[in-house]
Each structure stands twice: as C-alpha cells, then as structure tokens.
Design a protein around this ligand. Sequence first.
Ligand code: KG4
Ligand code: ZN
Length: 362
Amino acid sequence: MLVLGIETSCDETAAAIVDTDGNVRSDVIHSQIALHAPYGGIVPELASRDHLTTLDGVVMAALEKAGVGFGDLGGIAVTCRPGLLGALLVGVQYGKALAFGLDLPLVGVDHLMGHLFSVFLQRPEDRPPRPDYPFVALLASGGHTALYAVEGNDASQVRELGATRDDAAGEAFDKVAKLLGLGYPGGPRIDKLARVGNPKRYELPRSLPESLEFSFSGIKTQVARLVERGDIVIDREQDVADAAASFQRACVDVLTTKLFRAARDIEATSVVLGGGVAANSGLREAVAAEAERRGLRACIPSLANTTDNAAMIAYAGSIRLARGERDPLSLGAFTTTSLPRTTRKGRGERDVRRGRSLAGNR
Ligand code: KG4
Ligand code: ZN
C-alpha cells in the first residue's frame, strides 16, 4: 500500500510517498528557513501562510516524483500534533479534504512517533540496520528532547524515560549560535565550526548527571556569560570555533551518557537516534563509537531521515493504516504530543504512583 504523508507542523512544508515496508518513493520538502531567517527564529503566522500557499504544489511534486497518481494511494497520513497550531491546521485541513474527495482512509500522526520510527525508512542510497525491540530512542530536535523506551510500533508501547526540563537540545544549539553571531538555524553552523575548534577551551556544565532528564539552559547561560565577560569575542574566529566545539562537546556528552544509561536500565540491545539534532556529526560519531564499545547496535538514520520530513509521517501513518485504524474527518490539531510525559518543564519528574503519571498526558 502506498501512503501519502503530509507534514506542516513547523517550518517545513513536506509531502512524501512511502509504502508499508518503509520504502521511500518520494520525499519533497519546501523549507521556510529563508523566510524566517531575518527574524532569527520562526514566526508562526508567516509559517502558516507559507504552508497554505505551497502545500498543494509540494504534494503534486511528491506524486510526480514517485510516478504515481491519486488513484494509486491507499491512505493519507498527516501530522496533527505537536507543533504550531496554525501551521498544523493547514496540513490537517488539506489532508481531510483530500481524504474526503478521494474517499481514502485518513490517519493523524504524532510528529514524535514519526521521528521515533524514521529509522525504519529505507531509501535507495541508505538502508540503515533496523533496531530490535525494546530499543531506546533519543529524540532531540528543535522542540523536543527526550529518551524513550520503545517496545513496539504502537503509541501505547512507547514510554518516555526522561525529557528536558527547559530548552530542547536543538533550541540550545540555535540560541548559542545566535549568541555567537552565527545566525539561524544554529545547529548545522555550530556542527561545522566545531570541527575546527578546541572542545577543551571553555568549561561548560553537564546538567543533571544522575538523571535521565535533561536541562540545557545552564550551558546556554554559561556561554552568554562568557560572551558578556569578553572571554568569547565573537569577532575572533578562533574564539567562536572553540566555543562551538566546547558547547557541542558538552551537549554530546550529556546526550550520549544518558542514552546509554537508559539502554542499560531497560536492557535494550539497540539504540536509535531521531530528530534534527541527530544530524549532528559529533553526536553520530560518539553514539556509534560507544555502541561499538558496549556491543550494542546503533541505528542512526541518514541525515534526510533525521530532520523534519513527510516520509517519516507517511511511514508512522502506514503502521496505523495497515492495522485498519482510521481517524474521522473531525480530526483535530493539537500543540502537544499524545505520548505520556514523565517530565514537566521547569519542575522535573511528575508524581508517580503505582508506575503511572498522576498528571495525565494532555
Ligand atoms: O527535527 P527538526 O528538523 O525540527 C523540529 O521538529 O524541531 O530539528 C530542527 C533542530 C534545529 O534546532 C536545528 O538547529 C537542529 O535540529 N539541527 C542540528 C543539526 N542540524 C539540525 N543540531 C545540531 N547539529 C546539527 N548538524
Ligand atoms: Zn521534528
């Protein structure tokens, strides 16, 4: 069965055609980076408007690249949460109209489920090893950073082990890049500069060392302090490269240490990376090396699969469609994930009794 995936949760308008085995037939992404760059971050209203005008063309391009027509589709999967509400609504409304007009089954997909299972996507140029269940996944993007125990491909089999109490890892990369005068988006720029910098030059904190939760605000604040004090001069190329390298090393240390601690805790033999920060070369190298040292399987998706795309949405949707699940045309859009959370922003772990979260999940 071929599934059309639609993704408009943030600043990428994307559509893809994927089959139920995870083979990517086409994957089209229209990035809004240039649109938001002058503002140093995403402007939600501009994001919604741009999705509205570009989505139809992106979907048509995905069909054309796959060499298929609407009549070849078996279902439609659309990101319905979490994300910017106005941005999500564009994709959800489009998906609903298409499903109604073509009389096709529709499923709403949690963007985080898309990232978690993006490792199963197979592209002609990239066939990563598939993880065994249970696996531990580190999902680190611009909006989320958390560790998950994944026991199967249903949302009920995904358990959050710990998340960030403040900034997401990608958000920290973006904010630190801004402090260093590197512009937006910060992650790839820091990654590039880190290769020529000295990671030992600046001492930066590793927060919450004993926990599976994360905190990135301390590292960011420390970089801000070093800039204020003149220890990092942003006009000095070597200072900026050394700061980028030191910051990246601190983040990679924290992410890698917790990922492998979680794997040990749940006795997982596979570790998986997902989300935009999984594109980071330092993180990829550190996770691959540590997995080899411990005899674990590192399943690291290709760069095309780690950052936002619609192929991962189509695949996560295809799992539900193949099970016969469908969502009604009253499908809504939500800013939050449907995955139960154990970490509350700013406050750490929820009160947990009898292993269940008291605070609910919405
Ligand atoms: O998953 P994603 O494409 O979108 C969200 O759902 O947030 O992640 C985007 C985030 C941005 O914060 C970006 O700076 C970060 O991923 N990112 C990176 C790299 N490439 C993208 N962070 C570190 N190193 C990279 N190479
Ligand atoms: Zn994402």
